[in-house]
Every structure is written in structure tokens, then in C-alpha cells.
Design a protein around this ligand. Structure first.
Ligand code: UN1
Length: 494
């Protein structure tokens, strides 16, 4: 049963001006889920105008009131969690257990951002002159453009949209065209809690026709992007040219280090979950295991067993443990890396091909895959595959393990399994990623800690956590002189 969905612009539900639509597909079954507006630059422009028109009144709404609205939104999301999770599984493919987590992360973010409404702290500090007061405060920037990926169709948009709104900005959101329904749901939820018209707008469509015009639009002050490194770099370049702020969250090539004193069964469970959970389509997914030679064979054996035991299928069905890849392009991409790995000398010990069989043939399923004989410089050890593929790199020492971990173009998440406190603290200090786990896999970041990474993963920003407002606010310093004189700081002080 296919439904027609619309853009949400200035509080109105409207089709693309061209009248064109695109079809949202279920990657597990190939079924059509709905028609969405295939918008263009004119639709985007209408949304930016609506957002601009709404900025003043929204900025003048007291921050605690903006926070209360987010609080009500969080409660509503919690109430509709199951319905939202089912919709997310239908259009994205990951299993219900995981889409429930995705939606819960949105609830967590709503409450976290809501609380910030009664803080939004600035600083007061003494002036260097007598009878003068000095302080600094955060101020909103204006209109924030949000472009997100499909793998966390609910959580990741909320990391951007909720702090941006709480700070007093208005938002234009382009959801991924792979998961448009979650963007539509978010607009519905905002409408239901009574967000003023124009404060939040959704424009559906693809990168070239909506995303790129958003980056270039003079009415958009900040672009917050989650997606590939190639697109992010292009946005950053254009943002620099236009003098606008760009916050980027891009890929990962996350490693789990397993030392010879580790709990190997725990490490194997964590690797299997990190590598095959979300079908490997997380920017935090475990894609390398950097393992001490003494425990290499045992760990490979355990992870292989877990990979081969996973039940694949439609994520809505009871008992299914791994869903499909999101589309044919991803299936092709992951399959392509099998050839790359083979040519480089990696060995497939589990999986390695498209999965077929009952319930799998109409979807984009790929077998959970374990590669061994992986050398640190191989493409399969350097490039983000974004599928259920994990490669084993054998090392002789902690020092070597850390060096291998750090030697990739990305720096999002890393992990060490060890029982040795000295090794754990050395790793905490030396693993050069934005997130480090000890005795825990590479996924599972919590919303109240900063999220982001070094090198090619980002451009220095962190989402969520106590850093959540940084990308969406400017600092304003205010001086109040009540001396009745012309006081010249620096000069009169001499
Ligand atoms: C992502 O893959 O883009 O830490 C986000 C995690 C999740 C978020 C992943 N909480 O794995």
C-alpha cells in the first residue's frame, strides 16, 4: 500500500513545485512504501524563505520555552516509539531491535537538548576597568541546513535539529532519499507539539537538486552534514568559499584491538555485534580487528562461528538478526570490496557474497563476512566499506596495535580489549580517534557525550554531549560601562 507524502514548508504540507515524486522502497522486500516529492531548488528556496521569516519570533521565544517544546516532543516520540521503529525498519532495513534504539536515541537527545533550555550558559568575568561589567553569551546564527544519511534515519537528524532549534535557530532539513519517511515523521511530530510554522521545514529530494542548492543558498547560515567523505569535502570547500559555517560528520574505519590477556569470548561477541549490527552500516561499525598473534586464531574462529550463525531476513520478523544493505548501490559496493580484498591477498573465512535463499532474494542481503590475512595498508583496511565485513590484522605488541589503529584516513571510534590496566590507559591516551572504548566494541555512543572524530571523519566539530550547541551558536561578548567616563582598556591600564 503506497502512500503519498509531502514536503513541510512554513507549516504547510505541499508537493514539489514540479509535481514530480520518487518511490521509497523497502530494501528487504523491494516493496514500494510511498511516493515522496522529488523537490528542486525552488522548493528549497521556499523552505529557506519560510525559515528566515520565522527566525526573529523564535529567537525571542525564551530558551526555557523552546526547551519545553522539545521536552514535549521527546515524550511524544517515546509514546510512538514502536510505530516509528517499524517505519524505520521498513524503509532502512535494520532490525527492529536496532531501530528502537535509533528512535530512543532521539528521545534521549530531545530530553538532553530540552534541559539545555534552562542552562544555555554564558560566562561573566571581571572587567579590567573599574565600574565596568563583562560577560559573554551564546546567540543563534540564523537558518541551519541539515543533510543526513540513511543509516540512523531518526537519531542523527535529532543530534543536529534539536540543539539547533534549542539555541534559537530555524531549520531546513533534507532527509536522505533512502529514508524520507523518518523525516516526514519528524515534521508530523513537531506539528503535533505546536512548533510555530517555519521553524522546522522538510524538503525531500536528492543531493544535487536539494542538498547542493541548500549549501549554496545565501539564506542558509550553517550546514550540518552527515555522510560520505567525498560529499563532505565538497561541502566544506563550497562553505569556505561562501564564508558559511559547515559541520561535518563523515566516515570511519574503526578498529578493535584484542590483546592476549583479553576475555576472548567477550571480545568475539563485541566484534560480531560491532561488525554485523546494522549490517555494518554505521559510521562507528567495527571494520578492523587488530589482534595479538597469540589469540588470533581463536578469535577468528569465534567471530566466524558468530557470523555464520546469524539469521538474515526482513528486520520486522521475529528472530531475524541482520537485515539487508540499504540499496543495490551498496550491495554492489560491498561486493566490489570482495574483489579488491582478494586481489590484495585477503582471505575470506566467512561470507564473502550476496546472501540468497528463502526470504532473501528480493532484498539487498549480503553475508556476514570475515577476512583474514589483512595487512594494514590494504584498501580493505583503509577504506570505509559500510557493510557487514570485518578484516583481521595480526600484530605482535600493543605499540604495533595502536600504530595500526591510527594509520587510516579516519578517526571516529576505536576500542581495546585487555585485562591490563596499563595497556588500557596507554590505549586511552594514544588511540587517535574521537571516541575510545575499553572492553566494549566500537559502537554504542551515548547522546550526552560528544560524538565525532579526527582526521577524515570530521572538521573539528562534535555533535551531542556538552558540545551540542557549538556548531549552532556564535559567542557574543557584552561590556557594560557604568563609570560615566571614557575608559580605555589596555591604555588606561598602563
Ligand atoms: C552513525 O553511525 O552515524 O555509537 C551513528 C553508535 C550510535 C550512533 C551511530 N549510537 O553506534
Amino acid at each position: 500500500m503506497s502512500q503519498n507524502f509531502l514536503n513541510y514548508i512554513g507549516g504547510q504540507w505541499i508537493p514539489a513545485r514540479s509535481g514530480r515524486t520518487f518511490t521509497n522502497l523497502n530494501p528487504a522486500t523491494g516493496a514500494a512504501l510511498g511516493e515522496f516529492p522529488e523537490s528542486g531548488p525552488d522548493d528549497l528556496d521556499a523552505a529557506v524563505r519560510a525559515a528566515r521569516a520565522a527566525t526573529r519570533a523564535w529567537q525571542l521565544t525564551p530558551a526555557p520555552k523552546r526547551g519545553e517544546l522539545l521536552y514535549r516532543l521527546g515524550a511524544l516520540i517515546a509514546q510512538k516509539k514502536e510505530e516509528l521503529a517499524r517505519a524505520a525498519t521498513r524503509e532502512m532495513g535494520k532490525i527492529l531491535l536496532e531501530t528502537r534504539g535509533d528512535v530512543q536515541e532521539g528521545v534521549d537527545m530531545a530530553y538532553l537538548a530540552a534541559g539545555e533550555g534552562r542552562r544555555l550558559y554564558g560566562f561573566t568575568t571581571p572587567s579590567e576597568m573599574p565600574n565596568k561589567w563583562a560577560m559573554s553569551l551564546r546567540v543563534p546564527i540564523g537558518v541551519v541546513g541539515v543533510i543526513t544519511a540513511w543509516n540512523f534515519p531518526f537519531a542523527v537528524p535529532t543530534w543536529k535539529i534539536f540543539p539547533a532549534l534549542l539555541a534559537g535557530n530555524t531549520v531546513v532539513f533534507k532527509p536522505s532519499e533512502e529514508t524520507p519517511e523518518m523525516g516526514w515523521h519528524l515534521a508530523k511530530l513537531f506539528e503535533e507539539v505546536g512548533l510555530p510554522a517555519g521553524v522546522f521545514n522538510v524538503v525531500h529530494g536528492n543531493g544535487p537538486n536539494v542538498g547542493w542548492p541548500m549549501v549554496q543558498h545565501p539564506g542558509v547560515d550553517v550546514v550540518s552534514f552527515t555522510g560520505s567523505n567525498a560529499v563532505g569535502t565538497k561541502i566544506a570547500t563550497e562553505g569556505a568559499r561562501l564564508g558559511k559555517r559547515v559541520s561535518l560528520e563523515m566516515g570511519g574505519k574503526n578498529g578493535v584491538i584484542v590483546m592476549d590477556d583479553a576475555d576472548i569470548s567477550l571480545a568475539a561477541n563485541a566484534v560480531a555485534w560491532g561488525a554485523f549490527g546494522t549490517t555494518g552500516q554505521r559510521c562507528t561499525a567495527t571494520s578492523r580487528v587488530i589482534v595479538h598473534e597469540r589469540v588470533h586464531d581463536e578469535l577468528v574462529k569465534l567471530v566466524t562461528q558468530r557470523a555464520q550463525a546469524l539469521k538474515l531476513g526482513d528486520g520486522l520478523l521475529e528472530g531475524v538478526e541482520m537485515g539487508p544493505l540499504v540499496n543495490a548501490r551498496q550491495l554492489e559496493r560491498v561486493s566490489g570490496y570482495m574483489k579488491v580484498g582478494a586481489a590484495e591477498g585477503a582471505k575470506v573465512v566467512a561470507g564473502g557474497a550476496r546472501a540468497s535463499g528463502e526470504g532473501l532474494n528480493s532484498g539487498f542481503f549480503f553475508q556476514p563476512t570475515v577476512l583474514t590475512n589483512v595487512q594494514p595498508g590494504m584498501r580493505v583496511a583503509q577504506e570505509e566499506i559500510f557493510g557487514p565485513v570485518v578484516g583481521f590484522v595480526k600484530v605482535k605488541s600493543l605499540e604495533e596495535a595502536i600504530a595500526v589503529n591510527n594509520d587510516t584516513p579516519f578517526g571516529l571510534s576505536s576500542s581495546i580489549f585487555t585485562a591490563n590496566v596499563n595497556a588500557a590507559f596507554t590505549a586511552m591516551r594514544d588511540l587517535a580517534t574521537g571516541i575510545v572504548y575499553v572492553n566494549h566494541g566500537t559502537t554504542g555512543a551515548e547522546t550526552h557525550l560528544p560524538f565525532g572524530g579526527t582526521r577524515g571523519t570530521g572538521n573539528g566539530h562534535r555533535e551531542a554531549g556538552h558540545t551540542m550547541l557549538d556548531a549552532f551558536t556564535e559567542w557574543k561578548s557584552v561590556y557594560v560601562d557604568f563609570s560615566g567616563k571614557v575608559q580605555r582598556a589596555q591604555i588606561d591600564n598602563n
